[in-house]
Design a protein around this ligand. Structure first.
Ligand code: CMC
Length: 389
């Protein structure tokens, strides 16, 4: 139309109203349904925050118990779906495995995933929350060539997930409470972040009437990219490369500033946070605590701190208001917990799942909902005739 304006990267265009998450990028504020992220991260649980995001209020103790119980009863994957993993190459990236297996879930539950049927929506929400961590753990097990474990539904959400990842058959798996609490906290920090690229993808796909399995699978693919969730993996790769190359941190920062080969300081910068990322602050605290508790000394953490220090005192980063984001320190913690680098973004996906589900639902139940369909400004050839041959 004559009124179309262009907005690369949607820097100035709101696609929806939302009552889920509030961010003030200048002040470094993040709240879920009004509750400050700092309070939730310290005191709440992954599933409690998931309920909060999805239903808008904190659950009562009975509601949370019943929901937790229901989710535990849905953790099993269909045995046939387990064979899906063996069809993929051992080198498969766990993020590709996660998105394709999530899409494949739809083939089992298509008949109970109608977006217009509220009971189906509830059931699919529960199924995704229950099964995604299992798929994620199997993607991990597959990548290291170990046998899959069945979920142990006597365990909490996070403990079950840890056991599925690190337990081995015929051996009792001991939960380390430090690891368990730290992972719970990290997952909470990732649960929602309003209209980021993956959440916007979930909404866009959902706006066509696609079910939650298809929408979430699309969201996982959007999260995979290194400018989004893939950044946590990219940060660790960057730190390892600096360490292995023997290049000084100062020299690396110079290369970033000169935009040599398009190299960026991964884990730095954010579209909305122009002061600091409140999640990064909490993650950094956790990194020190977890490594100390586990007795791990990781030179990559020292390298990360040196890099942060140099960048924060450098005019290039100051002028552009670039600060560490949530991904800068998470990888060091995941590594200390024993996760391979290629699992980092998968952990982000498990964290973000409740946010995707909350947004899918907000979109679905919005009386003003409309299929997402951006405009374009056509800049191609004017009409011309197909040549006679
Ligand atoms: N290293 C070096 N320079 C940077 C960086 C960085 N990490 N981030 C932004 N800049 C520069 C950019 O080159 C530009 O400079 P100039 O004006 O000279 O061209 C200026 O800062 C503004 O950047 P932009 O690309 O216009 O900012 P954006 O809002 O489009 O991009 C971003 C945001 C997160 C994609 C970007 O900061 C980035 O690529 N960061 C590295 C990847 C990363 O850590 N992503 C995780 C984001 S947080 C969690 C998540 O959402 O997954």
């Amino acid at each position: 139309t004559g009124h179309t304006t262009i907005d690369y990267g949607f820097v100035n265009t709101a696609a929806t109203k939302s009552a889920i998450t509030y961010i003030d990028g200048d002040e470094g504020i993040l709240r879920y349904r009004g509750y400050p992220i700092e309070q939730l991260a310290k005191a709440s649980s992954y599933l409690e925050v998931a309920w909060l995001l999805i239903y808008g209020e904190l659950p009562t103790a009975d509601e949370l118990d019943a929901w937790d119980h229901r989710i535990r009863r849905h953790t099993l994957l269909h045995e046939d779906l387990k064979r899906f993993f063996s069809a993929l190459p051992p080198t498969a990236h766990p993020m590709s495995v996660l998105s394709s297996a999530t899409a494949a879930l739809s083939t089992y539950y298509e008949h109970e995933s109608d977006p217009d049927n509220p009971d189906h929506v509830e059931l699919t929400t529960v199924r995704l929350l229950a099964k995604l961590p299992v798929i994620a753990a199997y993607a991990h097990k597959k990548s290291i060539g170990q046998a899959f474990l069945y979920p142990d539904n006597s365990l909490s959400f996070v403990d079950n997930f840890l056991r599925l990842n690190f337990g081995v058959m015929s051996e009792q798996y001991e939960i380390n409470p430090v690891v368990s609490q730290a992972l719970e906290r990290l997952l909470i920090l990732h649960e929602d972040h309003e209209q980021n690229a993956s959440t916007s993808t979930v909404r866009l796909v959902g706006s066509t009437g696609a079910n939650q399995f298809s929408s979430v699978s699309a969201g996982i693919n959007a999260l995979y990219g290194p400018l989004h969730g893939g950044a946590n993996e990219a940060v660790l790769d960057m730190l390892a490369r600096i360490r292995d190359s023997g290049e000084s941190v100062q020299r690396f920062v110079e290369r970033v500033k000169n935009k040599e080969d398009g190299v960026k300081l991964m884990g730095f910068g954010h579209r909305v946070y122009k002061n600091y990322d409140p999640r990064a602050k909490l993650v950094k605290e956790s990194a020190d605590a977890v490594l100390a508790e586990l007795g791990v000394h990781d030179p990559l953490l020292d390298l990360a701190k040196e890099l942060e220090e140099i960048a924060l005192n450098d005019e290039y980063f100051q002028q552009r208001r670039l600060y560490p984001n949530v991904d800068f320190y998470t990888g060091v913690i995941y590594k200390a917990m024993g996760f391979p680098t290629r699992m980092f973004t998968v952990l982000f996906a498990i964290g973000r799942l409740p946010g995707w589900l909350a947004h899918w639902r907000e979109m679905q139940y919005d009386p003003q909902k409309k299929i997402g369909r951006p405009q374009q400004l056509y800049v191609g050839s004017p009409e011309r005739d197909y040549p006679r041959r």
